[in-house]
Design a protein around this ligand. Structure first.
Ligand code: ADP
Ligand code: MG
Length: 255
């Protein structure tokens, strides 16, 4: 055991993300129903389930793009703040990558990765540029730094979006169907970056239909239906022996 673990035994074992009794409605629709979920430091959780089951909403509550009606969410032991400066800082700690890349179209690739560091993290420009270049190299688009997003392929743009999220030095990364909008030949280059990130120890929640990725990179698969976590297990156990009829039915349609 390292010294720091001895000094802070509880902190070392505490889950990084905790959702406890979370409920959310959209009008009459009970979109998240009593969600309880603990995600450990370094854990890779893949979230699957039918369309409309609440996967995106669950992700969005974790970085407070959506409010909840009841229950609590904590990141690294701290409850999600309601608003203001604290919320901006929290959002920086929870990186999010969407299906649509959402890059700033009128800024260069480099500037897309520099901007948040300077504006939110208050990092000096020179250091922010160095970090941005390192991250762009890491995701394999270093040579594209001075181009504009529209000059890149979808796969390259999504890797820039990952670099931009990483530039905020997040504690956890949320991926909501990051490869769904990509042409097939570009899916793997994005999944490969995500696999590497997982291998490097990043805590990740990934909504995806890429079952190969789930099998190879996930520590745990969560299956959602109708706003509930119906079933969860290791990928091996889940894919070979799903327990619920909902999960069996879902897998029979996608595998
Ligand atoms: P998934 O990502 O699993 O497909 P979502 O979380 O996007 O599911 O949506 C879950 C349900 O909530 C769907 O029925 C969807 O239509 C509904 N929903 C999502 N966002 C909103 C919103 N902002 N207002 C009203 N209904 C919403
Ligand atoms: Mg969704």
């Amino acid at each position: 055991m390292t010294e720091s673990l001895v000094k802070h035994p509880s902190a070392a074992n505490a889950p990084l993300v905790v959702l406890s009794g979370v409920n959310k409605h959209f009008g009459a629709l009970h979109v998240l129903q009593d969600i309880n979920l603990e995600i450990a430091q370094g854990e890779v959780v893949v979230l699957i389930g039918p369309s409309g089951s609440g996967k995106s909403t669950l992700c969005r509550t974790i970085n407070r793009l959506e409010t909840v009606d009841s229950g609590t969410i904590t990141i690294d032991g701290r409850p999600l703040p309601a608003e203001g400066r604290e919320l901006a800082r929290l959002r920086a700690e929870v990186g999010m990558v969407f299906q649509s890349f959402n890059l700033f179209a009128h800024k260069t690739v480099l500037e897309n990765v520099v901007l948040g560091q300077v504006k939110v993290r208050k990092i000096g420009r020179d250091r922010a540029v160095r970090t941005a270049r390192e991250l762009l190299e890491r995701v394999g688009v270093g040579a594209q730094a001075d181009k504009f997003p529209a000059q890149l392929s979808g796969g390259q743009q999504q890797r820039v979006a990952i670099a931009r999220a990483l530039a905020m030095n997040p504690k956890v990364m949320l991926f909501d169907e990051p490869t769904s909008a990509l042409d097939p030949e570009m899916i793997n280059e994005v999944l490969e970056v995500m696999r590497q990130l997982a291998a490097d120890g990043m805590t990740m929640v990934v909504v995806t239909h890429e079952m190969g990725f789930a099998r190879s990179a996930a520590n745990r698969v969560l299956f959602m239906a109708d706003g509930r976590i119906v079933e969860q297990n290791t990928p091996e156990a889940f894919f070979t022996a799903p327990r619920s009829d909902r999960a069996k039915d879902f897998l029979s349609k996608i595998l």
